[in-house]
Design a protein around this ligand. Structure first.
Ligand code: NAP
Length: 614
């Protein structure tokens, strides 16, 4: 290890003041907070919003221009890319770079953008620095206007990338895959859609859609509510007025409830608080809130960055944010300030070469100290002590995604804003008129579900279609108890079918960087196959089981951490042995190690572990 730099900016906000000595006391307090949540948890306590069925109306696209008008298509393609978010955009750009033009990009949405197409709720912004988040900044020449850009700017950037790289000609929107089967004779995937299309494709790219399928809480009565309700990823501005920058004027006479205080709730709540006649926030677990420190981009600085800066900056951010691997850090935001504080603690405990015990104790102690600082910060901002207490977090920092906001905590100082803690007394039911907790009913006109996205279901459940591979093998069966792949990309008996996203891949906080790396890796394989006239690729049984073993070992290393964390999406809502959630049992170590492993594999250029049929 190298000696860490000290955090210098605004010491009052950022340097924890209290030295924690009573580690055992904190452990007990945190365990008690986790235990409150354990009886009523697990991914199955959520209600999936499926494409068809009782709750399908929650899935309707409020942004679509009307039903699809494109006639049914049939084509023989080199590649079919399912999903037009960052993954589809990166895949399209990389395909063009290697001279492949016979491809299509499909999406249920009516435009490029993926997450940023759907999530247009008020206040939506990127919570990772835009300079490391937005892909292809050097190639596109685009300069983000702010350090943490608005969702509308990111969505527009997705559209401009698609335009600049000529991807619109390849796109087919408002189209959902209904089934996919492998034809051994022609070595093609036959892919059918709800628009009556039938494509034959040599290669198909899919993604596990971490944030693509919204979910509702598994509370009885959701369908009974007679007022208005929607999920944050399908925001109804016809009802609220305004747009993602605010101005929700139509809420001035409305009583509003929001369920969920994750990263989305944290961004939407200040906007609802500002415009609603009254707002009740139903919170099960608070999110840790650190300052935002947003700023306009310094254009001169941006233009002065040397060639290749974005890759370097992304690696640096990944190394610092996800591990305590280095003291050098190009980015200086909330993720990194916490990392530096921990590095300092490790250094103080054991110098340049701490023992494992010194390292672990310093990590734990500094985490408590950091949270003490943030709990003090809640007290200094929220004037009502009862509300303040509910907003304090008692779990280790990375158990849940940390939040960064300057307007979330102050929103609770408004008299019109109430907070109901549902950790011990869960929401009992939803009635025609409101939400019942214990013996009290909160009557409201609007319920906003900020309850996140399906994680704990199988790949095929989330995708909404099954895949039939070689010899009639079904992906729903193969992945029923968790995925099985080589490096997260390919699975035996499903040749030429790529999986991208959080499926036996890696842990990152900058998801756009993961997608970018995966798309480039996939297109390397596709390019080589097309050049060499390869008919099919799939992992050997040995290589696939080797990767499964590696993934299982990593899951085992994280078991203690996952078990002690309060339930949430990162530990499959507390069910650490349910392998359907790829976030728990299905990830390799830190991103930069995984990306290095992929890079070396490409440099070897031997397709090691892959059975190649010519
Ligand atoms: P989320 O993190 O899954 O949060 C869902 C929220 O709903 C949690 O607070 C959860 O409470 C609550 N909840 C669920 N069921 C409930 C019930 N029955 N009663 C009360 N509360 C209930 O979803 P999200 O906030 O939409 O965020 C999803 C992911 O999107 C994030 O992890 C983040 O990676 C990403 N995101 C990124 C940005 C960005 O700026 N880049 C912005 C927004 C979101 P518990 O915590 O107790 O489970």
């Amino acid at each position: 290890m190298t000696a860490p730099e000290k955090t210098t900016r605004d010491p009052h906000l950022w340097v924890p003041q209290r030295k924690v000595t009573d580690l055992e006391g904190f452990r007990e307090k945190y365990a008690a907070e986790r235990d409150k949540r354990l009886p009523n948890t697990g991914a199955d306590t959520y209600k999936a919003i499926d494409f068809e069925g009782d709750f399908a109306s929650f899935d309707a696209d409020p942004h679509s221009p009307g039903p699809r008008t494109t006639p049914a298509q049939a084509a023989d393609l080199d590649m079919l890319v399912i999903g037009a978010g960052f993954m589809g955009i990166s895949a399209g750009i990389e395909l063009k770079k290697i001279g492949v033009s016979n491809f299509k990009i499909l999406d249920v949405a009516a435009d490029f953008g993926g997450t940023w197409y759907w999530n247009r709720y008020p206040g939506v912004r990127c919570d990772v620095e835009s300079y490391v988040y937005l892909p292809y900044l050097e190639e596109s020449g685009y300069i983000p206007t702010e350090r943490y850009t608005r969702g509308s700017e990111i969505f527009a950037y997705c559209q401009s990338l698609a335009d600049q790289f000529g991807l619109y000609d390849h796109a087919l929107f408002q189209t959902r895959v209904t089934d996919m089967e492998w034809d051994e004779d022609s070595a093609r995937w036959i892919v059918r859609t709800d628009g009556g299309d039938e494509f034959r494709a040599r290669f198909v790219s899919t993604q596990s859609g971490l944030f693509s399928r919204p979910q509702l809480p598994g509370i009885p009565g959701v369908e009974k509510f007679a007022g208005h309700s929607f999920h944050t990823s399908r925001w109804d501005y016809d009802y609220t007025g305004g747009d993602s920058t605010g101005n929700l004027e139509k809420l001035r006479d409305k009583r509003v409830a929001i369920i969920g205080t994750g990263a989305t709730g944290v961004q939407a709540i200040p906007q609802l608080a500002e415009y609603a006649k009254s707002l009740v926030v139903f919170q099960r677990t608070p999110t840790q809130i650190a300052p935002r420190e947003n700023a306009e981009t310094d254009i001169e600085w941006f233009k002065s960055l040397p060639q290749g800066w974005q890759t370097t900056r992304r690696i640096s951010f990944d190394k610092c944010a996800m591990d305590r691997a280095t003291a050098e850090c190009d980015v200086d935001d909330g993720w990194i300030k916490f990392a530096k504080f921990q590095m300092q603690a490790i250094y103080e405990a054991g110098g340049m070469e701490p023992t494992v015990e010194q390292y672990m104790e310093a990590m734990e102690r500094s985490d408590y100290e950091w949270n003490e600082m943030l709990r003090d910060r809640v007290d200094s901002i929220v004037s009502d002590p009862e509300k303040a207490e509910k907003l304090k977090t008692y779990y280790r920092t990375m158990c849940k995604r940390p939040g960064f906001s300057d307007d979330f905590l102050p929103a609770f100082n408004k008299e019109s804003v109430d907070i109901v803690d549902t950790a011990t007394t869960p929401i009992d039911r939803i009635t025609e008129t409101g939400i019942v907790v214990g013996d009290r009913e909160y009557e409201v006109d609007l319920i906003v579900y900020a309850t996140g996205f399906q994680q704990g279901r199988t790949w095929t459940d989330k995708a909404g279609y099954d895949v039939t591979g070689r010899n009639g093998n079904r992906l729903s069966k193969k992945f029923a108890e968790g995925a099985s792949t080589l490096h997260g990309f390919l699975s035996q008996d499903f040749p030429n079918l790529f999986f991208l996203g959080f499926l036996q891949s890696t842990q990152v906080s900058n998801i756009a960087n993961l997608i970018d790396n995966q798309a480039r890796h996939m297109i390397y394989m596709v390019g080589k196959c097309l050049r060499d006239g390869v008919r099919a690729i799939e992992p050997t049984a040995e290589a696939e089981s080797g990767w499964n073993q590696t993934i299982a070992e990593h899951a085992e290393m994280r078991r203690d951490w996952n078990t002690t964390c309060t339930p949430g999406q990162y530990n499959n809502e507390g069910r650490v042995d349910d392998k359907r959630s790829t976030l728990v049992g299905g990830l390799y170590g830190p991103g930069y190690e995984y990306f290095d492993l992929l890079r070396q594999w490409r440099e070897d250029d031997r397709f090691e572990g892959i059975a190649v049929t010519r």
